[in-house]
Design a protein around this ligand. Structure first.
Ligand SMILES: Nc1ncnc2c1ncn2[C@@H]1O[C@H](COP(=O)(O)OP(=O)(O)OP(=O)(O)O)[C@@H](O)[C@H]1O
Length: 295
């Protein structure tokens, strides 16, 4: 459905993207993960046909996104990282403008999205918070029912409740067979929606992985407070990877295999458990460690 092949763009300062290659199947939600400045937006701008690659190509439905730009756009819904709104417009003004460009006839999806995302379309955009602007952009990306939806950091600015609504919308569209590319630097967001994800750093795709494989790379720290210090002592003497032990508190780092941890914990009286997930940056570091050469 979407093929990115050997895409290279070098900016004058030497930064850019280098030999980026991946492909996305129809009906797949594909995550594009990387820290700030990794090259996510640059890749997406090429996919949208806004930039001409130095080398390589992108195809959507067998159309070249640079050469057949006009044709390709009909299939795509797009949420940019930062939306350039026209000065003085309201949310409604912007959505009407986009609906005109998309030659939208049926407004039912648009109305339904506005209701679910809960915002007032009559507010002038310059008075909107980042999250509200993001909602306007999400409606514009989905309302014409495109086959392929490309989202550049879609949940930035959304509160947790709205992030949840957004994820539900993505999963519903996925169930209808829509294809997604979604960039993010948030692992949990990608984890809930994506089938596979590419990790990009310094303009280079380091790996493309099944999301379950990525999840198994994520270490979780459990800090357990036991009812008494003798339980904590016994737990700390198990062969689990203990990071810290003091009085009745023990911190253990688990990666992938939770069974032994659960069995061991269940032997004692537990007062509280706090969980800390490894950040994306830490997963990257972990990944580099494992692959040596990338260190
Ligand atoms: N037009 C440009 N001219 C020069 N350098 C650029 C240009 N556009 C992007 N870059 C550089 O290319 C690199 C990749 O930027 P890009 O915006 O694609 O990253 P990103 O992964 O989307 O980051 P973020 O998460 O911060 O949005 C960065 O080092 C950026 O400074």
């Amino acid at each position: 459905m979407l093929q990115v092949h050997n895409l290279t763009k070098t900016f004058k300062n030497g930064k850019g993207i280098f030999n980026v290659t991946f492909s996305i199947k129809k009906g797949e939600v594909f995550g594009f993960l990387g820290p700030n400045g990794a090259g996510k937006s640059t890749t997406i701008r090429h996919i949208m046909g806004f930039m001409k690659p130095d080398t390589g190509f992108i195809k959507i439905n067998d159309l070249d996104t640079w050469k057949d730009q006009g044709e390709v756009q009909k299939y795509i819904g797009y949420l940019p990282g930062e939306i350039a709104f026209i000065e003085g417009m309201t949310g409604k003004g912007f959505l009407d403008f986009m609906a005109d460009m998309q030659k939208l006839k049926d407004f039912s999806k648009r109305n339904q999205l506005i209701e679910r995302l809960q915002f007032d379309i009559n507010t002038p955009i310059r008075k909107m918070s980042k999250g509200m602007k993001q909602k306007v952009g999400i409606v514009a990306a989905f309302m014409h029912d495109p086959e392929v939806i490309i989202l550049d950091e879609p949940t930035s600015g959304l509160d947790p409740l709205m992030q949840k609504v957004f994820i539900e919308i993505v999963l519903e569209e996925k169930a209808k067979g829509k294809t997604f590319l979604m960039s993010s630097h948030s692992f949990p967001e990608i984890e809930r929606t994506c089938d596979r994800a590419a990790i990009i750093k310094d303009g280079v795709v380091i790996t493309v992985k099944d999301i379950h494989e990525l999840q198994s790379m994520q270490r979780k720290l459990f800090e357990i407070t036991f009812e008494n210090s003798s339980d904590a002592e016994a737990f700390a003497n198990s062969n689990l990877p203990i990071e810290f032990h003091e009085k009745n508190r023990v911190r253990v780092a688990i990666q992938g295999n939770f069974d032994q941890f659960l069995q061991e914990t269940a032997k004692y009286h537990v007062r509280n458990i706090d969980v800390f997930s490894q950040s994306l940056e830490e997963i990257f570091m972990n990944y580099y460690d494992r692959t040596g050469a990338l260190k």
